[in-house]
Design a binder for this molecule. Structure first.
Ligand code: ATP
Ligand code: MG
Length: 393
């Protein structure tokens, strides 16, 4: 074990043990501990029934109590504690009809998706449970289904994209039968709710090895089902930026209507708007653009996203030098980039022009902004008033 297990997790196991309940750390955290990586969260499996777990702790949320899961809050952390269970028959390729509580950890592990995710560890007893060779696969760098891959992908279509997601984020190989089974169960994958697919896809796309992940999605046929618009994208280019949203923008750059695609994937309005802005911010100013040109671009690009917009364009054009430092320096001078930062407000403009509020004022302030983007030192009441009077003539 290369990574310290948090005190709260040990305390939780102690408390369950004192009440006579067998329990283990399980799933992703065991995998990550063995890899020497800090787990994102700690899940536990126990023989105790949800009500018994509840009785052991002060702060418990009945997260999914009918499926055997409660969340225990302890030492500032939260833990999902799930009663050993197996899953009844899957009828629709999405969710089991029923779950059954079980009495052994091995039965619980056998319902899990991949061998590397089907290990359990109890640090109090230093007890490992690894019935499917997860440790060996972890060492080999191999994503392999627990049991028969075709059957596991028939039960639950989400597992197909999870296999590729883990192969990508861990930079592992897909075991041969696991990989071969994916194209044979596309019909089951196609039934999965798009939000669940999207979450796995985003984890894949955020990974350093995302280019390989995209290629696996393409070659197994999964991409054609949930994101055919990205099939002809250049994956090397799209995965050049480090950030997730520029990657997404680059995948959708050539589709005629990226908004429709983002909405079909049920992205939030905020994410959709950001990705669209990253696309609209292209093309970038040329590498040797002058300051005025950079300010005009910044003014059009919604400010919070300029870095992502820049990363998107620089990847697209495979630029070797970045404009980032020059833009930082420009922004440090705090230039007016929008009409509300002009030294003259709409009312004052109206007074000078002798006109009522209306489109004329808007036109005047856009004219002033254009001048100020050209030359920021013009942004004073006097200089703008002068410009305005000349404009009005
Ligand atoms: P991550 O670090 O990305 O959260 P994880 O392994 O914890 O990875 P989760 O999606 O949080 O992944 O799932 C927790 C555990 O539940 C997995 O390790 C696996 O044992 C099991 N699991 C999750 N989804 C499935 C599934 N569709 N079929 C079978 N087992 C699953
Ligand atoms: Mg997890």
């Amino acid at each position: 074990m290369h990574f310290p297990i948090p005190k709260a997790a040990l305390q939780l196991l102690h408390t369950l043990k004192a009440a006579g309940h067998e329990a283990f750390l399980v799933g992703g955290c065991v995998r990550d501990l063995l890899r020497g990586k800090a787990p994102g969260d700690y899940d536990l499996a126990t023989r105790a029934r949800p009500e018994e777990v509840r009785a052991c702790f002060r702060k418990v949320i009945p997260t999914g109590i009918q499926h055997g899961t409660v969340t225990v809050l302890l030492g500032g952390m939260s833990f999902e504690v799930t009663t050993y269970r197996s899953e009844g028959d899957y009828v629709d390729g999405r969710r089991p009809l029923a779950v059954h509580f079980e009495s052994s950890i091995e039965e619980d592990l056998s319902r899990r998706d991949f061998t590397i995710n089907a290990m359990a560890y109890n640090p109090l007893e230093n007890c490992w449970v690894d019935p499917f060779g997860g440790k060996v696969d972890l060492q080999k760098g191999c994503v392999r289904c627990v049991g028969d891959a075709l059957q596991r992908f028939s039960e639950d279509g989400l597992r197909a994209i999870r296999a590729i997601r883990f192969a990508t984020t861990l930079n592992f190989e897909l075991e041969e039968n696991t990989q071969k089974a994916i194209p044979q169960r596309l019909n089951v994958f196609a039934k999965i709710a798009i939000e669940r697919i999207r979450e796995e896809f985003l984890k894949l796309l955020a990974a350093p090895q995302a280019q390989r992940g995209m290629e696996l999605l393409l070659h197994t046929g999964l991409l054609e089902i949930f994101l055919p618009e990205a099939m002809h994208a250049d994956f090397a280019t799209a995965t050049r930026p480090a950030q997730l949203l520029p990657r997404l923008a680059l995948l959708l750059m050539k589709t005629p209507n990226p908004q429709t695609v983002l909405q079909r994937l049920k992205f939030s309005n905020k994410t959709t708007a950001t990705v669209l802005q990253l696309i609209e911010a292209q093309p970038l100013p040329p590498p040797h653009a002058n300051d005025a040109c950079l300010r005009r671009w910044l003014s059009q690009t919604k400010l919070p996203h300029w870095k992502e917009a820049l990363a998107t364009g620089e990847a697209l054009e495979a630029r070797e030098e970045s404009l980032a430092q020059r833009i930082e320096a420009l922004l440090a001078q705090n230039p007016a980039l929008s009409v509300d930062k002009l030294a003259l407000r709409g009312k004052e403009i109206g007074l000078i022009l002798g006109s009522r509020p209306g489109p004329h004022i808007g036109k005047a302030s856009r004219f002033l902004l254009k001048k100020v983007l050209e030359n920021p030192s013009l942004n004073s009441k006097e200089a703008l008033s002068q410009l305005l009077r000349n404009w009005n003539k």
